[in-house]
Design a protein around this ligand. Structure first.
Ligand SMILES: [Zn+2]
Length: 198
């Protein structure tokens, strides 16, 4: 009954795990070498999370196999590295572009923002002058405070990130003194904000 004979499996099924006979150059029975560290056949060590430990074990216990595995891996690494290198380069370029934009932004941030000068009352009689924005002109605030102290013969202190407090009402003088002392500042950059209430 020819019909009863099942059709032979499709080629793709048949070849899968089919014994194809001895392979030239192979010694039989095949001796699987197991890794003393992770316990898997040594060709699986690279999938073991602690591959570095495996490599050490292989190096001292199976130096020949270690040499084979590592040299193969190295070749792979270089080949893969070359292929991946291009991708990395384009990635880098993208990042550099992004970085470049970031740098421009950072520069803009430190662009002079103008100077604000104002006064503030301390008690009933005391007035202080506040100068905001000198740091955006790359002016060292401590130096500036010292300069004001000498210029006005009064106390002057740095407050916060970009603010200098000068004892006394010297606001009007600042419109002349600031551009004179720092060329980057023009009189137009200075904005009188009047009384600053704190
Ligand atoms: Zn291993």
């Amino acid at each position: 009954m020819a019909e009863a004979t099942p059709a032979p499996p499709a080629a793709c099924e048949r070849e899968f795990l089919e014994y194809s006979g001895p392979v030239a150059g192979m010694k039989y029975p095949v001796k699987v070498k197991y890794c003393g560290d992770c316990g898997t056949p040594i060709e699986y060590c690279e999938f073991y999370p602690n591959y570095e430990k495996c490599k050490k074990w292989l190096e001292s216990n199976l130096p020949d196999e270690f040499g084979k595995i590592v040299s193969v891996k190295d070749d792979d690494g270089e080949g893969g590295g070359g292929g991946g290198g291009e991708a990395d380069d384009s990635e880098k370029k993208k990042r550099q572009t992004r970085g470049g934009k970031g740098t421009v932004k950072a520069k803009k941030k430190s662009e002079p923002t103008g100077i604000k000068v104002g006064t503030s009352k301390r008690g009933k009689k005391k007035t202080i002058t506040i100068v905001i924005g000198l740091a955006s002109y790359d002016i060292d605030l401590k130096d500036a405070a010292k300069f004001f102290s000498n210029k006005f013969a009064c106390g002057s202190t740095v407050q916060g990130e970009d603010e200098i407090c000068i004892q006394g009402d010297v606001k009007d003088d600042l419109f002349d003194i600031l551009p004179e002392k720092w060329k980057a500042i023009s009189e137009d950059d200075i904005d009188d904000v009047g009384e600053i209430k704190k």
